[in-house]
Design a protein around this ligand. Sequence first.
Ligand code: 2M8
Length: 450
Amino acid sequence: MTTIPAERVRADLAEKAAAVLRHNDAGGWTKAAPALYPHQWSWDSAFVAIGWAQVDLARAAAEQERLFSAQWANGMVPHIVFDPATPAGAYFPDHTRWASWLSPHAPQTAPFTSGLCQPPVHAIAVERIWEVACGRGGADAELARAHVRRMFPKLLAWHRYLAEQRDPDGTGLVTTYHPWEGIDNSPRWDVVMRRIEVGQLPPYTRRDTQHVADSGQRPSQDDYDRYLWLVELLKAARYDDAVIRRDYPFLVGDVFLTAVLAAANAALLRIADVAGAPAAERDEIERWLGRGRAALAATLDPETGLTLDVDRATGEPIRVTTFAGVAPLVDPGADPALRAAALRAFDSADLTGHPALRWPLLPSTGLNAPQFQQRNYWRGPVWPVVNWLYWHGLCPVEPQRAAALRAAALDALAVVRFAEYFDPITGEPLGSHLQSWTAAVALDWLAPDR
Ligand code: 2M8
């Protein structure tokens, strides 16, 4: 038997990853997946821009600018920008179900959006585009400089929305309104979801289970009813943050969102010079950053070393082992003692050190957790993009660990290719097999400067 040299495998992977982005390219923006997710998703598009930077820098910039063209007037970047050309019924819930125009802040003409947001990876992507362009110099650097300048005020408004509307008391811990704000059916939400009583729900037909035939890989019907009931409540509140904060059943102080925002604020500070940002704006970002880091430290459970989300209704920490428990690793500037605790949990048999793992990667839910389900979406499988975020955070402070994580991820991707997520034990690819953000992080991991 002949073995294919690792270099050839990687060159082939990069070529195929670029082909996935081209395949999912809708012209200036990229479908998160061709059939399952035929619109532009917020955090997907940030990763996608990082991937495009390896293929076509102008296209990377366009990806972000298209997403932000639908930014709400209050700074929120919506979690979906719906493609007016995609036939109604291709994805559910569509823009009519969201009716985001009920908010005076939302776009009142197409392309319409959803009424939620997702983790703010966007500044991290702008910084990466800038870095790649600087490595190339010339016209690429000029293009990226203009991109940074255009994006900076939009990113600032976006982070300000999160700092002020999702954390009005200035505690630093940012609040999530809905599982669809990124980590869909994670067991992190179980305790809050169980409390939700579904009222008169307009009838609906799920589309996701038509694309992913094995419904065991997707959220349950009970979950789906609750997701949609929350959307009805958000519409009744006209997506007004003040109303939502007062009277709404899903409010979680989210450690992962908080850590991503900290990393994104640090990235925003690093590109502030390129953008020519005034001192007052830098001070504002510094304040958000300090608050976020302090809040993360306050969520540490000393017994397990995990940072824990907070159920806002009861003020209680949510005890479950998921990747969010090691969220401080996403932010290289996290408090060193906090990082040390997170590293111990990261290496433990609860997470990357479990002997049954096919590759030592971070699973969405810890393998020893009672909620762990190896093929069910965010309840067990490995998500390559999540591993990219942790790898990115580890690079400056734990270079050896970061190198090991990247190597394991590339070994995995050589097998699972561009699956949305995969079984952490068998390595079976799951969900969509042409997921844009998986292709994008593959391209970045394979970049010459990585
Ligand atoms: C998943 O979420 C969407 C709803 O937004 C869905 O299940 O239909 C999540 O994995 C989310 O994090 C991701 O951004 C989206 C598109 O890939 O799919």
